[in-house]
Design a protein around this ligand. Structure first.
Ligand code: NDP
Ligand code: HSE
Length: 429
């Protein structure tokens, strides 16, 4: 075993970074044995230097992250700051100055992954980011490496721990939205700005990364159709229950049947309680990958939190250090297909629509006519009267999303429709 240590710069020491540092210290001997050389924490960049950080030598703390990655003796920079800047400049500077990079930063990778991969390739460095998608679950490496000989057609799952935690608490314990969000934040699951979680940006970033790797193309966060969970009400969840369903925030990436394009979307959806994703609780994530030869694979595990995420970071650290010692690099970006991303309107899906309507003769026929005019076939209708008004719940068969949203627009214009109480897609059947 080489005795000269590999030097690691830790950029960020918050929820994830502090756990990375802890595991690097407590498992130092095992990591050295697995890598073939000891790994040494050479510096820790933070924003607030006076904050007490248990287990970290105060002499390693710096607020000058740029100087740290410019030192010239850093072998690996671990970027767990988050956000676009300064993370992007620090990663590029690390490459320029001889370091490979491990990052957990899905926001940055989904925005600028292609440029970062190009920089890594230019300088002959590694860029690994298992922790950026689905916390502890090995998903990036299986898609990049284990499934590199297969053809992936679909990736579907729950990729945000915070929103799954909130929806689960609202469903199973009747907790309020804000109370559940506060708990997820206190547990270290939420992003620095939890809007990224609840508005679906975090899941959309992960969907972009997954679609890019799975379909060997480039998908940016802006290509992903995104809806968060802020509009999901207790009434939606109760309505889902009555249908034998639950509500989950899903990320769905698909290759078109003709193989000529892809789609990527994030939105809440009702799924049957019998579906395996329905039993994914708290901050757990689960992702199905459908590949031509392999068939259906399911990846499941803790999707957020310091320790699970640090596990993925450390796995990458070991891989990158091994590559360094072997004077090689792992696989880079594989985006040769350059498939276009189709708009949401072309995605075929199903809707659950809850309407408040006048309770009088002919209303049902009027509503059914709107569906027929838009070419949308109805699967089930449930009506419940309440004081001269009625609540009408319609579940459709599969139809292009544009036709379904056109149906909702047309329904809103009917005099007899007092309001559209909720619209949710139905998946998993
Ligand atoms: P935190 O907000 O807990 O930690 C961020 C760290 O970065 C802090 O130590 C902060 O310093 C430091 N920092 C912020 N700005 C600067 C700067 N300009 N220069 C140097 N240091 C800076 O975030 P998390 O640990 O939760 O997340 C980090 C990354 O990991 C993000 O990209 C996130 O998306 C990703 N991630 C997080 C997961 C989770 O469950 N939390 C799971 C998977 C990925 P200080 O401590 O002084 O404030
Ligand atoms: N905020 C993210 C989540 C962290 O809740 O899933 C893990 O990526």
């Amino acid at each position: 075993m080489r005795t000269r240590p590999l030097k690691v710069a830790l950029l960020g020491c918050g929820v994830v970074g502090s756990e990375v540092a802890r595991i690097m210290t407590t498992h130092a001997d095992d990591l050295a044995a697995r890598i073939g050389a000891p790994v040494e924490l050479a510096g820790v960049a933070v924003r607030r230097p006076s904050k007490v950080r248990e287990g970290i030598d105060p002499a390693l703390i710096t607020t000058d992250a740029t100087a740290l990655v410019r030192r010239g003796d850093i072998d690996v920079a671990i970027e767990v700051i988050g956000g676009i800047e300064p993370a992007r400049s620090l990663i590029t500077t690390a490459f320029e100055n001889g370091a490979s990079v491990v990052s957990a930063n899905k926001a940055l990778l989904a925005e600028d992954g292609a440029a970062l991969h190009a920089a890594a390739e230019k300088y002959g460095r590694d860029l690994y980011y298992e922790a950026a998608v689905a916390g502890a679950i090995p998903l990036v490496r299986p898609l990049r490496e284990s499934l590199a000989g297969d053809k992936v057609n679909r990736v579907l799952g729950i990729v945000n721990g915070t929103t799954n935690f909130i929806l689960d608490k609202m469903d199973t314990s009747g907790a309020g939205y804000s109370e559940a969000l506060d708990e997820a934040t206190a547990l270290g699951y939420a992003e620095a700005d939890p809007t990224a979680d609840v508005e679906g940006f975090d899941a959309a970033a992960k969907a972009a990364i997954l679609a890019g790797i799975a379909f060997h193309t480039r998908v940016k966060i802006g290509d992903v159709h995104r809806e968060g969970i802020t509009e999901v009400t207790a009434a939606d969840i109760a309505s889902a229950r009555r249908m034998g369903c639950t509500v989950k925030l899903l990320a769905i990436c698909e290759r078109a049947a003709d193989g000529a394009s892809v789609t990527a979307r994030v939105h809440p959806a009702m799924i049957p309680l019998s579906h395996p994703l329905a039993s994914v609780r708290e901050a757990y994530n689960a992702v199905f990958v459908e590949a031509e030869a392999a068939g259906q694979l399911m990846f499941y595990g803790p999707g957020a939190g310091g320790s699970p995420t640090a596990s993925a970071v450390l796995g990458d650290l070991v891989a990158v250090c091994r590559n360094k010692l072997g004077e090689s690099t792992g696989p880079g970006e594989s985006a040769y297909t350059r498939l276009p991303v189709s708009p949401m309107g072309e995605v075929v899906t199903r809707y659950h629509i809850s309407l408040d309507v006048a309770d009088k003769p002919g209303v049902l026929a009027q509503v059914a006519t709107v569906f027929a005019e838009q070419g949308v076939s109805i699967d089930t209708v449930r009506q419940q009267g309440k004081d001269g008004e009625a609540s009408l719940v319609v579940v459709t068969h599969r139809a292009p999303d544009a036709a379904l949203s056109g149906t909702v627009e047309a329904l809103r214009k009917l005099d007899t429709v007092r309001g559209v109480a909720s619209i949710m897609r139905v998946e998993g059947e």
